[in-house]
Design a protein around this ligand. Structure first.
Ligand SMILES: NC(=O)c1ccc[n+]([C@@H]2O[C@H](COP(=O)([O-])OP(=O)(O)OC[C@H]3O[C@@H](n4cnc5c(N)ncnc54)[C@H](OP(=O)(O)O)[C@@H]3O)[C@@H](O)[C@H]2O)c1
Length: 255
């Protein structure tokens, strides 16, 4: 992993933050993104100015996306080298179904989870493809990692509206994997079950209900459990692709 140049969205909390810690610990340069600039700065200060750069802003915004990728290319690692690891992690949930969920957050959720993911995937893939042109195949590993969910694979009874954005993201990731496989770019889908993060609060889960579910199927995964799984996939040799990983708390039978 040493010397790899990464971009991680949604790095101020949960899975993204845990992954940044692991990446920096393993010698990567990381461009971190989320909307809360103060938290990004705290993380940079803690992990070291030389290995971390911050690009604050909405990860679904085209100009923020270009800024993240430019920052990775211009400010870190080998000058002119594009990011070789892009982790599309920023996202949010909403409790409930298409009938029962709060419509006020639908647009933000679809924009962040789906459009933002599609825009960053495309922008990162185009740069990686361009850079890889002319190189012998599999000269080095290039990864785009997409955070899906078990509710993007099985229809969830308690968050089917959010789940529908993850079904869409799964289709994006697998479509891009097939499209890009020949170029040596690995597009990897990570599908976690329950992970205890800020996600539950942001989505508006009822706390008592969540605790009841956890009493039955918990303990939930930690953000670092997911980060380790991502590290396993991306640290394989360039010719090996662990392309789709589902991880759940052991006692979570469904979804
Ligand atoms: N927790 C779970 O049970 C679970 C299960 C399966 C999949 N996932 C997926 O895993 C990913 C990470 O979730 P998490 O559990 O780590 O959630 P989290 O603790 O709430 O973290 C979400 C991160 O995304 C950032 N973010 C949200 N909207 C953004 C936007 N528009 N632009 C930039 N950054 C944005 C947040 O930071 P700011 O607020 O500072 O922008 C935060 O850093 C999500 O895609 C989620 O759908 C989570």
């Amino acid at each position: 992993m040493k010397g790899r140049v990464a971009v991680v969205t949604g790095a101020t909390a949960g899975i993204g933050e845990a992954l940044v810690r692991r990446l920096v610990g393993d010698g990567c340069f990381v461009v971190v993104n989320a909307r809360r600039a103060d938290r990004l700065d705290d993380l940079r200060r803690e992990l070291g100015d030389e290995d971390v750069r911050c690009v604050a802003g909405d990860a679904s915004d085209e100009s923020v996306i270009e800024r993240m990728l430019d920052t990775a290319r211009d400010a870190l690692g080998t000058p002119g080298q594009e990011a070789d690891l892009v982790v599309i992690n920023a996202g949010r949930g909403v409790a409930g179904s298409v009938i029962g969920s709060d419509t006020a957050v639908w647009e933000e959720m679809v924009r962040t989870n789906y459009l933002g993911a599609a825009r960053l995937l495309r922008a990162a893939a185009l740069r990686m493809q361009h850079e890889a042109k002319g190189e012998p195949p599999l000269t080095r590993a290039r990864d785009i990692v997409v955070l899906g969910s078990v509710v993007g694979r099985h229809v969830s009874p308690f968050s089917s509206m959010y789940g529908s954005t993850k079904f869409a993201v799964h289709s994006l990731a697998e479509g891009a994997r097939r499209e890009l496989a020949g170029t040596g770019i690995r597009v990897t889908l990570i599908e976690p079950g329950f992970v205890k993060t800020e996600f539950q609060g942001v989505a508006g889960y009822d706390q008592a209900w969540f605790e009841e579910v956890m009493a039955k199927v918990g303990p939930p995964l930690s953000p670092d459990d997911v980060a380790r799984t991502i590290m396993f996939s991306i640290s394989q040799p360039a010719g090996v692709h662990v392309s789709d990983l589902v991880l759940r708390p052991t006692r979570q039978e469904y979804p």
